[in-house]
Ligand binder design. Structure first.
Ligand code: ATP
Ligand code: MG
Length: 412
């Protein structure tokens, strides 16, 4: 680990960027907000946020320190510059500077701190040079007044070795909201309950319809603000991805030719592209007491930034959401082993109804039904299902039947 940048933000608070070399030759740059405390008798270094000691001082993860959290928010509120670090409040944004901060539960790629009930600060742990699409698109959507995103309130960035790095962002916290995945799987749990009459499935269709409207609204704003262009359908990219996955997933072998044929049929097709979400699924949407919000515009994880910011078909996002409905419907079945026919039918029916409702809502708000472009939509669904097959074969073999069943149906 090498320290690349250490900026004192206060008496005992540093913003640090560290470089790590991995054995495969790659390097990665990480951000750590370090809070220093004088060592006490009780052995502070044992506390889980402790990073290490330096003489008489112990370093802690500053994001877990309420005082440090409030200080960071105050720096954003005053749009301060500290050394090379720029803190920026969005025009007209109101930040809850006095509110109590608390770190959100783990299991995320970044660290998020919630302030009271009105703001959430996401500190990027791993930082990469370039424009961060989450901040970029959140800003565009907030300034255009779109109601289906978490409004951007502020951000932190810096320049290092002539390159731009985004370090964090603050958005309005959606109090009392539930993740789309949780609301959807709560509906399927009802559906699988022994004497389910199917009403639960019907009621979620209204949610799916509203979700389709919200996604269409976000797409429309992004198109209006950032433009639309036409490109040839990316046949070669999809074929390439298919071959890479097929080389390691033998279950795909019976389908490869048919999938490729479906892609090649689109070789002469021109498609509209625009800025999109890029990694849309039920885990990236929040149901607030009022409406649906789309969050986390970081794009496809693991891809380089320029790739993630590249205009793409809005149908790719739609396909991502449709795939997510397949997972929400079937995850409980694959976990339970060999499911009864009746449950398989209920799951199929739930997925069909909610996928259709999502597309209907999308069509109502966008003025065009994604299903009108059935070939292109199916190609994006196949592309995603092939990616899933690669992932499941490697990490969760019990789940492989979910993408495989979809692939069989899509090319059948
Ligand atoms: P992951 O690695 O899971 O994608 P992440 O670090 O990229 O996480 P987000 O996806 O932006 O972070 O947010 C993680 C979770 O925090 C969300 O699933 C949601 O539960 C919660 N969350 C994020 N933004 C908000 C918000 N504005 N209001 C309420 N909750 C939020
Ligand atoms: Mg996320």
């Amino acid at each position: 680990m090498r320290e690349t940048l250490a900026v004192p933000l206060g008496d005992d608070l540093d913003l640090v960027l560290l470089d790590t070399d991995y054995s495969d030759g790659s390097t990665a740059r990480y951000q750590v907000v370090v809070r220093w405390e004088e060592n006490s008798e009780q052995g502070d270094a044992e506390r889980f946020q402790a990073i290490g000691t330096d003489g008489s001082r112990t370093a802690f993860d500053g994001l877990y320190d309420p005082e440090a959290g409030r200080h960071l928010l105050a720096l954003i509120d005053s749009s301060s510059t500290v050394g090379p670090i720029r803190f920026l409040r969005e025009p007209d944004a109101e930040l809850p500077v006095g509110a109590a901060p608390r770190v959100m539960g783990a299991e995320q790629s970044n660290t998020s701190v919630v302030f009271g009930t009105s703001a959430i600060f996401k500190a990027f742990r791993r930082v990469t040079p370039g424009i961060n699409p989450d901040i970029e698109l959140s800003r565009v959507l907030a300034r255009a007044g779109n109601d289906h995103v978490a409004t951007l309130l502020g951000s932190i960035d810096t320049d290092l070795d002539g390159e731009h790095y985004a370090l964090g962002m603050v958005t309005r916290f959606a109090a009392g909201s539930a993740e789309g995945w949780d609301t959807a799987t709560a509906s399927t749990r009802e559906l699988f309950a022994a004497d389910a009459a199917g009403d639960g499935a019907a009621s979620f269709a209204e949610e799916s319809r509203a979700l389709g409207e919200a996604v269409a609204s976000v797409h429309r704003t992004l198109a209006d603000e950032l433009g639309v262009s036409e490109v040839a359908f990316p046949v070669d990219t999809l074929v390439q991805r298919l071959r890479v996955v097929a080389a390691s997933v033998s279950e795909l072998a019976p389908y490869v030719d048919r999938i490729e044929a479906r892609y090649r049929r689109l070789a002469d097709r021109a498609i509209s592209v625009q800025r999109v979400h890029g990694d849309l699924h039920l885990g990236q949407v929040l149901r607030t007491p009022q409406t649906w919000l789309v969050i986390d515009f970081e794009g496809e994880p693991g891809q380089p930034l320029p790739e993630r910011r590249r205009p793409d078909s809005a149908l790719r996002d739609v396909a991502g959401m449709l795939r997510s409905y397949e997972y929400a419907a079937h995850q409980r079945l694959v976990e339970g082993g060999d499911p009864a026919d009746d449950l398989v039918h209920r799951a199929r029916d739930w997925a069909d109804r909610n996928r259709a409702a999502f597309c209907e809502g999308y069509a109502a708000a966008a003025g065009a039904d994604p299903r009108d472009d059935a070939d292109v939509l199916a190609a994006y669904e196949l592309d995603k299902a092939v990616y899933e097959a690669g992932y499941e074969a490697r990490y969760r073999p019990a789940w492989l039947p979910i993408p495989m069943e979809s692939i069989a149906r899509l090319v059948g």
